[in-house]
Design a protein around this ligand. Structure first.
Ligand code: KIV
Length: 290
């Protein structure tokens, strides 16, 4: 898929003009896993802005507007303070910036746990205001009735088991899960419960590898691993982590770039140019027409 860019004179920004294409759908993602095998692994990355979505879209099957934007964009200490307003604003931007991927928006902490009805009100607001195709919510067996309620009412849901960051206060940190037999059994049972409830995909985060493999084999829905296993049916990473925007990341992050260094070097050079008046040059200034 190729994208051509033209300058939009009303915004003075280059906007992509997409080739005619059909956006991937939730059923198409579901159909990737046949009799327990996902021949074409699902590629998912997080996106919070229209521009990032434009750059990632052609390479991904799914874009996740993760509540990790709390830390990555807003500098919050965890995902707990993230609001529905934030998720709706960033979700809409990512839908505007994408043409190909299935966009999934995280339901923030406190917006769905009280009851299936509360979850429906929040999820329907997200879908109306953003145009996203699906929502994601965290939690195991306890969330199965909510997932069944939403799925039966036309809201596709991605589940999220294992390390669930919204529960950081209950879990006591972000350590990998599934090291004890009881915890391992719970993670596999949680995945099965979400699968039976109708989750169309399940994120498995921060679990010891054999448990991620067991959960993947135990469910019909595709699993999407993060800190889990290459044998999951797909993978997701926080884009800023894999681009090297942060000095410290979880062990499971593979850095494909070192963007923090690139940005710092550019800022340093810009500051030097401003201070010695070598910027702007003739090419960046307007002169009277002669
Ligand atoms: O919020 C997020 O970005 C996520 C992924 C890390 C799975 O939930």
């Amino acid at each position: 898929m190729s994208t051509t860019y033209k300058l939009d004179t009303s915004t003075s920004r280059a906007n992509p003009t997409p080739q005619p294409m059909k956006r991937l759908t939730v059923p198409a993602i579901q159909r990737r896993k046949v009799e327990g095998v996902c021949a074409q692994p699902i590629v998912m990355l997080t996106a919070y802005t229209a521009r990032t979505a434009q750059l990632l879209d052609a390479h991904c099957d799914m874009l996740l507007v993760g509540d990790s934007l709390g830390q990555v964009i807003y500098g919050l200490p965890s995902t707990v303070p993230v609001t529905l307003d934030m998720m709706c604003a960033h979700g809409a931007a990512v839908v505007r910036g994408s043409y190909h991927s299935v966009v999934v928006v995280d339901m923030p902490f406190g917006s769905y746990e009280a009851s299936p009805e509360q979850a429906f009100a929040s999820a329907s607001r997200i879908m109306k205001e953003t145009g996203a195709a699906a929502v994601k919510l965290e939690g195991g067996e306890a969330m199965a009735p909510t997932i069944a309620f939403l799925s039966a009412r036309g809201i596709p849901v991605v589940g999220h088991v294992g390390l669930t960051p919204q529960a950081v206060n209950a879990l006591g940190g972000y350590a990998a899960r599934g090291r004890s037999d009881a915890e391992a059994d719970k993670i596999v049972n949680d995945a099965k419960a979400l699968d039976e409830a109708g989750a169309f995909a399940i994120v498995i985060e921060g679990v010891v590898e054999p448990i991620a493999i067991a959960a993947t084999k135990a469910v019909t829905a595709p699993t999407i691993g993060i800190g889990a296993s290459a044998q999951c049916d797909g993978q997701v990473l926080v884009t800023e982590d894999m681009l090297g925007m942060f000095e410290r990341t979880a062990r499971f992050v593979k850095r494909y770039e070192t963007l923090a260094d690139t940005i710092e070097k550019a800022a340093q050079q810009y500051a030097a140019d401003v201070r010695d008046r070598s910027f702007p040059e003739a090419a960046q200034t307007y002169q009277p027409k002669s």
